[in-house]
Design a protein around this ligand. Structure first.
Ligand SMILES: [Zn+2]
Length: 365
């Protein structure tokens, strides 16, 4: 029964083309959730055209635990919006990331409602995770003032690895003004691309160089993702731009990275900088009582010790981390997220359901 219901929700959700550029489908997905969970406390929101929904059993804006998911997906071919089951696998866009886990949560909340339970938990589903999360979880925490003691985000890791740490992120755009001149007389000008590259190498020298010897690479990194400027080989350009992506584990903060950048930047008066995005690193203490309850539930269902892990990419967890709220991230079995053959293992969704169910039971007892 549980398995069938999860599959039913998953097929319905995959068939909705919920890419960021389709507001109608985003609303359709949120309405689907509201209808499925009618009878519970339903709170709907919209920010910058992105709808979201928070569902609780009790009248509160501070449930003890919030389960967090997103209903939006990245673009895909038409065929990927027609869910296809082969053996135990369901193929389709969002099967793993993360309509599979969404379907698990919908089924769980439905079941608890039908039982007449009133657990101290909430479900937060947003529609802009793939485009940054600012109008989704960012908005719900910062402006709609939702709070919790603990967030569970089934949107990362692999095959039930329990993720307790995530790196923070800072995206900066640098702009350099040069003094243009002919390429045959570069000493007469100032080359802004040279300036940016020099700055980049100074910043890069501050992070560990590869090979670093740490198999987890749990250290700071910086990536030069975009560099533009100039128009011809025989001209010193007038201006140039450089985009850097800094990643860092706790206890580093975005402010500390900024402070380093400013210090190095002091040597380059022609360069200005602008922040494009930031996120706090996630670090959840292994001794946290809810983490322990979750681990017990997972180990009982999996009948093996839970593997702990760290995640390099940012999740919506960063918005909770910003408020000091502990976060864990876990995934069922599947693969090829954002790829052409994204799939999820259907029995593993039931396993995820059992883990969540066991966790909620433990929270209540
Ligand atoms: Zn490394």
């Amino acid at each position: 029964m549980v398995q069938d219901r999860i599959t039913e929700h998953l097929e319905a959700l995959v068939a909705m083309r919920t890419t960021g550029d389709r507001p109608e489908e985003l609303h359709q997905a949120v309405e689907y959730v509201a209808e499925t969970l009618q009878g519970l406390q339903i709170h709907k929101y919209e920010k910058d055209g992105k709808p979201s929904i928070v569902v609780t059993f009790q009248e509160t804006q501070i449930p003890k635990v919030i389960f967090v998911g997103h209903l939006d997906v990245v673009p895909a071919d038409d065929a990927q919006f027609q869910p296809r089951i082969e053996g135990t696998k369901l193929y389709g866009r969002g099967a793993l990331d993360m309509k599979g886990p969404d379907a698990v949560l919908l089924t769980l909340f439905e079941h608890l409602r039908d039982q007449g339970s009133q657990p101290p938990i909430g479900l937060m589903l947003t529609t802009d995770e793939e485009s940054g999360g600012e109008a989704g979880v960012g908005y719900l925490l910062r402006e709609a003032h939702w709070r919790t003691e603990f967030a569970v985000i089934p949107d990362g890791g692999i095959g039930f690895t329990l993720i307790t740490d995530g790196k923070g992120v800072l995206h900066l755009k640098f702009h350099a003004k040069g003094v243009p001149t002919h390429g045959s007389t570069p000493w007469r000008g100032v080359n802004p691309i040279d300036q940016l590259l020099e700055l980049y190498h100074h910043l890069k020298a501050r992070v560990p160089q590869e090979p670093c010897g740490d198999p987890e690479h749990w250290h700071r990194t910086v990536n030069l993702g975009k560099l533009c400027g100039g128009d011809a080989p025989n001209r010193v350009p007038e201006e140039a731009e450089m985009f850097l992506d800094f990643r860092f584990p706790a206890p580093y903060t975005p402010e500390e990275i900024w402070a380093e950048v400013r210090e190095v930047l002091a040597r380059y008066p022609g360069i200005t900088v602008e922040e494009l995005a930031r996120g706090e690193p996630v670090h959840t203490d292994l001794d946290h009582p809810y983490l322990q309850l979750f681990r017990q539930a997972a180990e009982e269902v999996l009948a093996r010790p839970v593997k702990l892990g760290k995640e390099h990419g940012a999740t919506d967890g960063r918005f909770f981390a910003e408020l000091g709220i502990p976060v864990i991230v876990i995934y069922p079995i599947g693969d090829d997220i954002h790829g052409k053959n994204e799939w999820v293992d259907l029995p593993s969704l039931k396993t995820l359901y059992r883990i969540f169910e066991g966790f909620v039971q433990r929270l209540e007892s």
